[in-house]
Design a binder for this molecule. Structure first.
Ligand SMILES: [Zn+2]
Length: 267
């Protein structure tokens, strides 16, 4: 696949700006590091399996942080034993198909379907520090990503909502002087959302259209999750039927400046 295979449309002030690579629409450069943070191992490929391929074509180093251990992704009780290890192997196989190297996969291993209980930072039973913000701050400082992607916080799945808010907070934890044992502060990255199960709250800012070839690679990377066929079958059907299309929302942080309200209180 080369850059000519991609069509990227970005909505700017009512017009559509079109590109064939990720450079302009994402303000990216070759050698940049992008980080995708997902609650579950299969979310990254389902939501942005095409964009991962387009990023690689542009020479961007794509990393993926998987927050949960995937231990609740079973249909029958007989599937429980060894599921975490099976899913770990499936994750590595899926990432390899998309071109994400093993050393670029970061598994936090927090308990699947209980991520709301692991938001922020806390001490575990042994006294060790843990929590999603703690883990993400460490990874952000290790990688200094220019761009961080997360699945939209509008999702019904509580793990997805928990991770979406932690991803935002970790941008600021990682950039300030807190918890310096996790590394030196790094700049606040750009933030983009992708969708997995539920639609975005606002209309997307960007559409990526790939080719049949890139769609087949995405589907092959999804099929690597052999332990999950019943659970994600509806999503796979949608990906297959809707074709090589993905959407993204650019997030902006609403920071407070006292003077921003001056116009409401004229002297
Ligand atoms: Zn998920």
């Amino acid at each position: 696949m080369n850059e000519q295979s991609w069509k990227i449309q970005k909505r700017i002030d009512g017009t559509i700006e079109q590109s064939q690579s990720v450079f302009k629409p994402f303000a990216a450069q070759t050698g940049d590091v992008w980080l995708i943070v997902v609650p579950h191992d299969d979310d990254a490929v389902l939501g942005m399996g095409l964009l991962i391929q387009a990023a690689h074509d542009a020479g961007i180093s794509v990393h993926c942080a998987v927050v949960s251990d995937g231990s609740m992704g079973f249909s029958m009780p007989t599937e429980r034993e060894g599921l975490v290890e099976r899913r770990q192997a499936e994750l590595m196989a899926s990432c390899a198909i998309l071109g994400i190297q093993a050393e670029c996969v970061h598994v936090c291993g927090l308990p699947d379907c209980s991520l709301t209980q692991h938001q922020g930072m806390r001490r575990d039973a042994t006294g060790a520090l843990s929590g999603i913000s703690w883990e993400l701050t460490r990874i952000y400082r290790q990688l200094a990503p220019s761009c961080v992607f997360a699945s939209t916080g509008t999702d019904y799945h509580p793990d997805h909502r928990a991770v979406a808010s932690e991803v935002d907070m970790a941008c600021f934890f990682a950039s300030c002087g807190i918890w310096l044992e996790l590394g030196e502060p790094v700049p606040v990255p750009d933030r983009w959302d992708f969708a997995v199960y539920c639609a975005f709250k606002d209309d997307p800012d960007l559409r990526l259209t790939g080719t049949e070839e890139s769609l087949q690679i995405k589907l092959k990377a999804i099929e690597a999750f052999e332990s999950q066929p019943e659970i994600i079958s509806t999503l796979v059907k949608t990906v297959r039927e809707d074709g090589p299309i993905e959407h993204f929302v650019q997030r902006s942080f609403q920071l407070y400046h006292p003077q921003q309200y001056n116009h409401l209180f004229p002297s």
